[in-house]
Design a protein around this ligand. Structure first.
Ligand code: ADP
Ligand code: MG
Length: 352
């Protein structure tokens, strides 16, 4: 049974729909990332699940229990949901232990029990020994860990995170990614994690829901979203890569033969229609080799471990001009050089 279910959930502010008839299930114990650009409705979805907003249409269920429809809503404090926002909202005049203990005090948990539970969650977030530190003595990353601990101490079965790492620098973010994976393992909670950072979403979640303009475009395992995006918007939003035009010639189960700029190759495909198609080529699936698809080097940028090389496909009569590809090369390649590429994997983007 799914822990959280939203059915044709719509939220309108004035005229525009921040959330537009979204149906989505979150399995018990799953870790789902809501991924999409700013303004696509991620926070609105979380606020509706938490109960801070009421639906304009549709409903929210936890298990079989109705949490909200346009007529009636269970109040946030009765939903048993933990929420952590980008801003930590800690009490500056309390120390770390007092901040973390706050939800337990509010529920009149016994003093002796509080100390043990606070210690246990500070352990999980790696802040053992920080009990009597003042909030202003802490770094941004440590403050976010305190906010996390305060959420965890309540032992909620559903935890919602709204861009919890957005205020942290890159180095801290990657160490916090480990903390979130650990929290999921230890608590077994159903987690919904909002981010606009695709690397974070792919690394953390067991399912990624890609959102755009109030709709969910695809909800699938990270590998599936990356390897088999449901449409061009998802393909463009997740991972690096190139989308090129080609011609589908022949179809088999799950694959097709295509012609890209006069070169034939086998690609993965979910459909069966012949004719013009758009094909996604990821950098790691392209390799320079003695023969294969011809291309000319346009540009090469050193990106750390690899050179990111931009290549032009040959222009053929009747085909799209100016088609480009991106590859990663361990060696620098001179601009203007002609090369050949082998393609180990490619995907026909449905409906593109
Ligand atoms: P995200 O979290 O993906 O950046 P939001 O859910 O915050 O997006 O917002 C989705 C859309 O709804 C945006 O266009 C935003 O301006 C609008 N919106 C969100 N909350 C309100 C509100 N309280 N009043 C009016 N418009 C809102
Ligand atoms: Mg938001």
């Amino acid at each position: 049974m799914s822990e959280i279910r939203v059915e044709r959930l719509t939220k309108r502010f004035n005229e525009t729909a921040a959330l537009d008839a979204v149906s989505l299930e979150f399995a018990a114990g799953s870790f789902t990332a809501l991924l999409g650009p700013s303004g696509c409705g991620k926070t609105t979805m979380l606020r509706l699940i938490a109960g801070f907003e009421a639906p304009s249409e549709g409903r929210v269920l936890f298990g079989d229990e109705l949490m909200a429809d346009p007529q009636q809503q269970v109040p946030p404090e009765a939903r048993g949901v933990g929420v952590v926002f980008q801003s930590y909202a800690l009490w500056p005049h309390m120390d770390v232990a007092e901040n973390v203990a706050y939800p337990l005090r509010a529920r009149h948990v016994k003093r002796g029990e509080i100390a043990g539970r606070v210690g246990a969650v500070l352990d999980i977030v790696g802040l053992n020994g920080f009990e009597s530190r003042r909030i202003e003595e802490l770094s941004g990353g440590q403050r976010q860990r305190v906010a996390l601990a305060r959420c965890l101490v309540a032992d909620a079965k559903i935890i919602l995170f709204d861009e919890p790492l957005a205020n942290l620098d890159m180095h801290l973010r990657s160490s916090m990614v480990d903390a979130f994976r650990d929290i999921h393992r230890r608590t077994g909670a159903t987690i919904v994690y909002v981010t606009h950072d695709q690397a974070e979403a792919l690394a953390l979640a067991d399912r990624v829901a890609i959102m755009s303009e109030g709709k969910v475009l695809q909800a699938a395992a990270p590998q599936e979203v990356y390897r088999a995006p449901a449409n061009a918007t998802v393909a463009g939003f997740v991972g690096r890569g190139s989308i090129v035009a080609g011609l589908a010639i022949d179809h088999a189960e799950g694959s097709a033969t295509v012609d890209i700029a006069g070169h034939r190759l086998m690609v993965r495909s979910a459909g069966t229609s012949a004719g013009p198609v758009k094909i996604l080529l990821r950098p790691e699936a392209l390799r320079i080799s003695p023969e294969g698809m011809p291309a000319t080097v346009l540009d090469s940028i050193y990106r750390g471990p690899v050179h990111e090389v931009r290549l032009a496909l040959p222009m053929l009569p009747g085909q799209d001009p100016g088609q480009e590809l991106l590859i990663d090369s361990t060696e620098a390649i001179a601009v203007g050089q002609r090369v050949h590429l082998t393609v180990s994997d490619a995907w026909i983007i449905p409906g593109a």
